[in-house]
Design a protein around this ligand. Structure first.
Ligand code: PLP
Length: 388
């Protein structure tokens, strides 16, 4: 038996991330304008970095409670109550994790038994279906369409729900489409969850990055607080991707179960990042709003740019991605991304990296300088002209 054959079937079955695979090629090419990675181009605001340095000077170098620093959990709970009117007990309903990535994995492992089905609207963040599968569950794709503004509908969910469905995993504002859901639409989803007695995992990592009206927190909807595992973090809103800090909020049983796994696998999130996260929540609002304003300016630039190029495009309402259709070119998503990279040295992510329903689209991140975005639009325009 080869080494490869000794790897668990569950791990072998999941495909490598479409984003990473593509960016291995980008790393080897010079002069590329990359709108590929979903990462703020801002450095973490200085006051947040400074709080970490100060924390180190004070000797904050040890493990924390498995749940995370109580001070941070209290700030998280306070922030959620102030922003969305949802109250959580910081002692047993808040878990600090190593990014939303870990929280997603913990949520799936805490609730799923082998064969349990999880409804996952698509296109979606690359980790969603992999986390479900690695936890022994079965991801059930719910394709959304540009014509519906990439919003999932209750009738679609009703068609796919079965007696084995245990949960629904949603992420709005959405990566990669920039779609959001209105409060009324989310209320429909909440009624569906109640009717079928489902757990809802709501990844709200882009909650602060909305441009067209306030974000509705799923857990704030009537009857949803205890049924929801609410995930959020610091990577996007505070430009803190490398700090690896996120959190989960839910009833004490779900949070307790997730903490049980977390204590054996991660022990705790890094204390340095937790100290910085306290500062981000206490004093980071102004800088965050400035970054959101800048993303909004770039969003307009990209929407107008793709309009001029002549590619159909849903106008994103949140996050920092735009997801134009490239169907008019006759190329597949992968061929478009590969040919564009070869011909014009612009790196985008093929839409099928976010699931089959992303085929026919490409994802561009506008978390990049205006100069980069303008240059990329010029090059994409030149490339597309060859096909339409
Ligand atoms: N959820 C979504 C929708 C994301 O886009 C990302 C990162 O791109 C994550 C979760 C992971 O975030 P974190 O850095 O907190 O692990």
């Amino acid at each position: 038996m080869t080494w490869a054959e000794r790897i668990s079937p569950a791990v072998r079955a999941i495909p490598p991330s479409g984003i990473r695979r593509f960016f291995d090629i980008v790393a080897e090419t010079k002069g590329v304008v990359s709108l590929g990675v979903g990462e703020p181009d801002f450095v973490t605001p200085w006051h947040i970095r400074e709080s970490c340095v100060y924390g180190l000077q004070q000797g904050y170098t040890a493990y924390t409670s498995n749940y995370g620093l109580l001070e941070l959990r209290e700030e998280i709970a306070k922030n959620c109550a102030a922003s969305y009117g949802v109250n959580y007990d910081p002692r047993k309903e808040v878990l600090v994790t190593v990014g939303v990535s870990e929280a997603l994995d913990l949520a799936m492992r805490a609730i799923l038994s082998p064969g349990d089905e999880v409804l996952v609207p698509e296109p979606c963040y690359v980790s969603y279906k992999a986390c479900v599968s690695l936890a022994g569950g079965v991801p059930v794709t719910v394709p959304t369409r540009m014509a519906d503004c990439f919003r999932v509908t209750v009738s679609q969910l009703e068609e796919l729900v079965t007696p084995r469905t245990k949960a629904l995993l949603i992420g709005y504002p959405n990566n990669p489409t920039g779609a959001i859901m209105s409060k009324a639409e989310l209320e429909g989803i909440a009624a569906f969850a109640l009717k079928h007695d489902l757990i809802v995992i709501s990844d709200e990592i882009y909650a602060s990055l909305t441009y067209d009206g306030a974000h509705t927190c799923f857990a704030s909807l009537p009857g949803m607080r205890d049924r929801t595992i609410l995930l959020n973090g610091f990577s996007k809103a505070y430009a803190m991707t490398g700090w690896r800090i996120g959190y989960a909020l839910s009833n004490p049983d779900f949070i307790g179960a997730m903490t049980k796994i977390h204590q054996y696998t991660m022990l705790c999130a890094p204390i340095t990042a937790q100290v910085a996260a306290v500062e981000a929540l206490r004093h980071g609002q102004c800088n965050m709003l400035r970054m959101v304003e800048e993303y909004n300016r770039r969003r307009r630039l990209m929407v107008d740019g793709f309009k001029t190029i002549g590619l159909d495009c849903f106008e994103p309402k949140g996050a920092f991605y735009i997801f134009p259709s490239i169907k008019q070119t006759g190329l597949s998503s992968l061929a478009f991304a590969e040919e564009l990279l070869k011909a014009e040295k612009v790196a985008l992510v093929p839409g099928d990296a976010f699931g089959e329903s992303g085929e026919g689209f490409v994802r561009c991140s506008y978390a990049s300088s205006t100069a980069n975005l303008s240059e990329a639009l010029t090059r994409i325009g030149r490339f597309v002209k060859k096909y339409i």
